[in-house]
Design a protein around this ligand. Structure first.
Ligand code: ADP
Length: 301
């Protein structure tokens, strides 16, 4: 088990306590943690949803903000749908930029499986592709979702970030102070530049790395139970992570995970006693440990 990361100082903008520097801290949330990846399609949202449920299962109040403007899949994975038309975010954005939002103007977060959740996908029309390229709009939208949605003072607010190190992600890093990031990788990424670039981007933004989750790590042979390494691991497997980035979990390829995503019932809900649910619970325990949650907050360790 890797060492705890230490607790950021409260009331200051930065973990090192320097006032005024860096993006603002979100008031009301004890920890704001990003789930990120160097590229798309690696299972970042799958991990974000199940990590959120795993943390909630430990008695924590958990919010999950789907800020993946490339492909906001969290609503699908949690089985929540937008009712009627997209919200009029022409009205939401000016409220967000004004900074001061009265309680009466807050949007309720959606309650699902014990989580509070909201997604850019629920606010923006599904046929609105220009958002990704519009950095100011991404910033306004995410700032609006953070400050306008009533997250109910969560212990942990997880942010499902857009993949990669491009402008949408950089905009979000400038928008809110993150207390840590969980990086989702696949075995073949570890030999490529994506993971190193993503780590460098978070280090440059002064965001502590909670650890990595290797998704699609292996396949269990249904006949013999052997571990099959589907992806080539490269010559220096995992070296790109370095000594200071613990590998928090290895999640195998399992059709149950993809079925869970499609049916809106995450594996921790659909099959809580199964092996993948156990892996995500262990991941949540490891993340809680790294964040110092168990020790400091009196939650079960
Ligand atoms: P990302 O957020 O990185 O784009 P998603 O979490 O949306 O990735 O996952 C992409 C697709 O892969 C989804 O259909 C998801 O159900 C599937 N998937 C993710 N992880 C696994 C896994 N370990 N086993 C099987 N399917 C998976």
């Amino acid at each position: 088990m890797a060492a705890p990361m230490g607790r950021p100082e409260s009331g200051s903008d930065r973990a090192d306590g320097a006032p005024g520097a860096g993006p603002p801290r979100l008031s009301g949330a004890r920890r704001v943690i990003a789930v990120a990846s160097g590229k798309g399609g690696v299972g970042k949202s799958t991990v974000a949803v199940n990590l959120a449920l795993g943390l909630a299962g430990r008695g924590l109040r958990v919010g999950l903000l789907d800020a993946d403007v490339h492909g906001p899949n969290v609503p699908l994975m949690l089985g929540v749908r937008r009712r009627g038309e997209a919200a009029d975010w022409g009205a939401i954005v000016p409220l967000a930029t004004a900074g001061e939002i009265s309680p009466g103007q807050r949007l309720p977060a959606l309650d699902r499986y014990g989580l509070k959740t909201m997604s850019v996908g629920l606010l923006v029309g599904e046929d609105q592709p220009a958002l990704v390229d519009n950095a100011p709009l991404v910033g306004l939208l995410v700032r609006g979702l953070l400050s306008l949605v009533d997250w109910g003072e969560p212990d942990v607010l997880l942010l499902d970030l857009p993949p990669g190190t491009g402008e949408p992600q950089a905009t979000i890093l400038r928008t809110v102070r993150l207390d840590g990031v969980v990086l989702v990788v696949t075995p073949q990424d570890l030999a490529r530049l994506d993971t190193g670039r993503a780590l460098a981007a978070f280090r440059a933004a002064d965001v502590p790395i909670v650890g990595a989750v290797e998704n699609m790590s292996f396949l269990l042979c249904p006949g013999c139970g052997d571990r099959i390494q589907v992806f080539h691991r490269g010559r220096v497997p995992r070296a790109v992570l370095g000594d200071d980035v613990p590998l928090l979990a290895e999640i195998p390829i399992d059709p149950a995970l993809s079925e869970a995503a499609d049916t809106g019932r995450p594996v921790l809900i659909a099959d809580p006693d199964g092996p993948q649910a156990a892996r995500f619970r262990d991941l949540a325990a490891a993340v809680a440990e790294r964040l110092g949650i168990a020790r400091e907050w009196g939650v079960d360790g």
